[in-house]
Design a protein. Sequence first.
Length: 495
Amino acid sequence: MADTVEKVPTVVESSSSSVEAPVIADKTEPTTTEKKKWGDVEDDDEEEAVSELNSLTIKEEEKSDSVLEEPEDSNIKAVVSGDTPYTSASRFEDLNLSPELMKGLYVEMKFEKPSKIQAISLPMIMTPPHKHLIAQAHNGSGKTTCFVLGMLSRVDPKLAEPQALCICPTRELANQNMDVLQRMGKFTGITAELAVPESTRGGPSAPRRGPVTAHVVIGTPGTLKRWMSFKRLGLNHLKILVFDEADHMLATDGFRDDSLKIMKDIGRVNPNFQVLLFSATFNETVKDFVARTVKDPNQLFVKREDLALDSVKQFKVLCPKEENKIEVIKDQIMELGDIGQTIIFVRTRVSAGKVHKALAEMGYDVTSVHGNMSEVDRDKIVKEFKDCLTQVLIATDVIARGFDQQRVNLVVNYNLPTKYETGEPDYEVYLHRVGRAGRFGRKGAVFNLLLDDGGDKEVMDKIEKYFGANVKEIKSWNSEEEYKSALKEAGLLDE
Ligand code: ADP
Ligand code: MG
């Protein structure tokens, strides 16, 4: 039974009638902020108080009895703009997709039914007048499918011109989204091209001259901007623009300037294009900015306290000294055997090197990834991990967002995520790191390794308060028993 998404008054008030104007309603603050960063991905904006949304709740769908459950309590609030009635799609059949796309979903992706965010957002994306959409939903809840299906269903395969564009903060995410699009669209004849810094990806995405004729382009902002200015990427037929990790793409210390420029350039030739903004996090600053930037969007939001994934248990360990952190990883984490894959997050590439070296010297097989590596190496390390050839990946925040590997069930924060300038917690990054485990409702655990003498305890406290999260303490840092019972509690070890 499909739920009807009721209409409520538009939240974003826009006085002008929106027909002819480009999407950019406001050209405030395209400041060129110096990008300060710990590792290689820029930090996010400061958070402010949550304001109440004039919103409605979509009724919880009945839980299916399939093995996988999407994140529980995905209490998504919808604010619908205009008077188009939307009916949420409890089955893919409700979406009027082509047989080729249905085959992609069932045969290639092996999906059974839409997740909640898919059920709610897909009708909004696909129903004329194709309003803009700002969509927040939990980590691992299937947002990629929302915008990939959105792009695939709106493209005309007979027209050899770029019609859909997806912008991502990192090459890893662009690669990953490309893989999903190519699999989902396998039977459609829709073509796609990757726009990331060149030199590495061979095969069909290898760099070539001349204008792009692929239907869909997925890439990172710098390369896309370059392609646009060299007229390699024609904008005349673009009808849908997607921002993955949209809050980061529109944060001042993220890619705001690039994103605005791309939106403006498209809007100039193509005023009626649709913008889709997806992320698990939208802090108030970014939310405000987006509201001023994208006109009359449909909106889906999740309350901050509801964002933590219940299926991922969080723990903290006070370590007396820095070396103890390595011991914890070595004695407690590396010795676990085959429970799944692990990502160890560090703050800088220097710490990545240090942790990598220490573990390698003890004979452990680990790899690491950060932004200061060559593209070839970066792609190789990530591919090996995705192919499960490696079990433990040490990473800076370059893969904190979006990285989807279902076998990752353990995340270790060797350093807590903090802002470069202020040392304040980086709440959004914390949430995204946690979300690398527990994909699509799977079980997972996070170990936060804190230094006893530093400001770590305070940072952890703030993070816990901010998300209302329950982060349990491992009382003695070197007690094997305690780690074991933590893992049992997380459902990763048998009783
Ligand atoms: P996020 O919301 O964090 O972007 P992803 O789109 O990366 O999440 O999806 C997380 C995982 O869930 C992926 O491995 C994806 O294949 C899987 N997934 C997405 N939608 C479905 C579905 N309807 N049924 C089963 N698995 C799904
Ligand atoms: Mg994602």
